[in-house]
Design a protein. Sequence first.
Length: 323
Amino acid sequence: MSSTQQLAILLLPPCSLFGIGSFAEPFLQANRLAGKPLYQLQFYSWTGQPVSLGGGISYPVAGSLREAGHVDQLFVLSEGVLPFADAALCCNTLAALASRCSLLGGVNCGAWWLASAGLLDGYHATIHWPEHAAFADRFGKVVASQHVFELDRGRFSCAGGLAQIDGALALIGRQHGVELVESIAAVLCAERVRSSDERQRVPLLARVGEKHPKLTEAVMLMEANIEEPLTTDEIATLTNQSRRQLARLFKQYLDDSPSRYYLQLRLERARQLLRNTGKSVVQIGLLCGFSSGPHFSTVYRSYFNISPREERFPGEAEFVDGE
């Protein structure tokens, strides 16, 4: 696109300087690297007053969202779901502005407010993982996912933290191409850019709590031994429990067997290497604990429904896979 895109970002507390910066910085870098204003960012609050970030820090805004002029893309950024007095009126305002925007987005927990306004009904949407269960339960008409971000027609949503960078880069790439995205990622020292089909990495401790240190220890052993996988018996011994006890923990809290969970970790690691390195399929298979290239390819296709060769990005096609 040749014209400058007008981005309005509504900040609904709680917000942090990191949260605001991680979403905004890719767009600012896009302007710098392109040598022209591809994006014009304006921040708003509901009241029109600066937004408190805690610790005595306030973030300045251009005014109230109701005072916003021309808007191409409208985002709601929030790092939690805190009810406020004018929440219903705010949602009505978002709904009224929707027809004026080519894209509506929810950042971190911002999707909650878009869904409250009925703007995500029938769309795929994600939210930061601590709120996912409540989000899916509350908004039955939304196709709730646990992906790092979702881009469904004129709707965008992303999880928090580094997922905000991934999401912003995806929006930039859609308009201005992969070359600019790669340049921005390099400036931001982003080791890799995640795609929309990757799931949020929910900390194991958050899923199972602090009462099951042996399960956490077992998973940490798996993650530390990808290239030379341990047997289930070895993991049980190293965590001071029986094989049966280990299997029971995995089934109860992860709804999986130890071997299947371990295989998934190895395949996910292989997927990252395929997408972000030039190593051959044979090399990646060996690095992820598979005995041969053909065996790795067979297992990979069975799990992901595509071959390792098909997984690669188009720009990496010149590398020899070794299949």
